[in-house]
Design a protein around this ligand. Structure first.
Ligand code: ADP
Length: 334
């Protein structure tokens, strides 16, 4: 990792099974970035406690997230792949940043407002300060690039605000972190019912998971919302139809997509055929990842080794940053 220049950091919460949104928004970029950058990728177990206080399934989900990342092509030898709670330096930096984050700005965060709506009985302080902990995760390694999906744009803006605030108050330590995607645009993978995005814990029947078996993938795709088709040539596509094309662009061959685009524009499209094709292309894409992930997840000794090595790499980088932070803040007493 030493000779790679720019630093990359990102994380995924162990709140369930990884889905196509996680894959195309995050993991696919991780896999490409590991060749060129110095990368830190973590399973964000502390973050999951903000919405999932019951930890009965946590261990299993942590292993699953690790296994599914590795099965998707992430190489633990090339990157630091670790579990957030194994790097306690994160909590110290989070504490310092909390002194510079204001209640008003945190309450305005879109994801906070959304979660208050979803869990009105558990509006805990961790939920409010989620963007602060996320900032700590990122700037702990003085990372510049953060591969994430579109839903994270506002959090990255806040991470820049907090990093700059620290720099102005105590001295220039942190680069500004930016959301990153190899295409120009950040990705949002829509759910199959046309309402919202694919997600680990909501919308499960309209989300395609990397662990879904072939029959379930086919069933979910065939249930995607369509209509009787356009009646005017070259009409604009309704959102739910655009979503099916978007999913096809992620996994299908160019010629296949071109054929259905032409059919749509000529008003001859048969959505049943399109969904059958999409289902088969999804099966072809997901099934090898699923098979690999199952093998890796069952290899407990290997996963323990991955976590230990990852934590050691992450703590080494974190301790360098924390020494700089304490010095800048005047917390170095001897
Ligand atoms: P989830 O929302 O499924 O719980 P996380 O909050 O753990 O996922 O996010 C992990 C990564 O996956 C983040 O980079 C996030 O931007 C990305 N991501 C999650 N859902 C989607 C989606 N539907 N489309 C694109 N990226 C997504």
């Amino acid at each position: 990792m030493e000779n790679k220049q720019a630093i990359v950091m990102s994380g995924i919460r162990p709140t369930g099974f990884l889905h196509l949104g996680n894959y195309f928004g995050a993991v696919r970029n991780y896999v490409r970035m590991q060749e060129e950058y110095s990368c830190y990728f973590m399973v964000a177990d502390w973050h999951s406690l903000t919405t999932h206080p019951d930890t009965a399934t946590l261990k299993d989900h942590v292993k699953r997230v690790l296994a599914e990342n590795i099965a998707s092509g992430l190489d633990p030898e090339k990157v630091a792949l670790y579990c957030q709670s194994h790097v306690p330096e994160t909590a110290e930096l989070y504490l310092y940043l909390n002194m510079m984050a204001y209640k008003g700005e945190l309450e305005k965060t879109v994801s906070f407002k959304e979660k208050v709506r979803l869990q009105p009985d558990n509006v805990n302080a961790g939920l409010l300060t989620y963007p602060v902990l996320q900032t700590a995760d990122i700037i702990l390694h003085r990372a510049s690039y953060v591969p994430v999906g579109k839903d994270q744009e506002q959090h990255l803006e806040m991470a820049r605000t907090f990093a700059n605030r620290f720099n102005h108050r105590y001295g220039e330590i942190f680069p500004e972190p930016y959301a990153f995607n190899f295409g120009e645009e950040l990705v949002k993978v829509p759910s199959l019912d046309g309402a919202g995005k694919m997600s680990k814990s909501e919308n499960q029947l309209a989300t395609l998971y990397l662990a879904d078996d072939d029959e379930l993938i086919r069933k979910k795709v065939m249930k995607a919302k369509t209509d009787s088709g356009p009646t005017e040539p070259n009409s604009p596509k309704p959102d739910y139809i655009e979503n099916i094309f978007l999913l096809m662009r992620l996994v299908s061959e160019k010629e296949v997509i071109a054929k259905f685009e032409a059919d749509y524009n000529g008003c001859t499209i048969r959505y049943g055929d399109m969904k059958k094709q999409l289902a088969e292309d999804m099966v072809r894409f997901i099934s090898p990842i699923r098979a690999k992930a199952t093998d890796i997840k069952n290899d407990h000794k290997y996963l323990q080794d991955v976590m230990e090595k990852g934590a050691a790499k992450a703590r080494k980088s974190a301790q360098v940053t924390l020494a700089l932070v304490r010095e800048a803040m005047g917390l170095n007493y001897y």
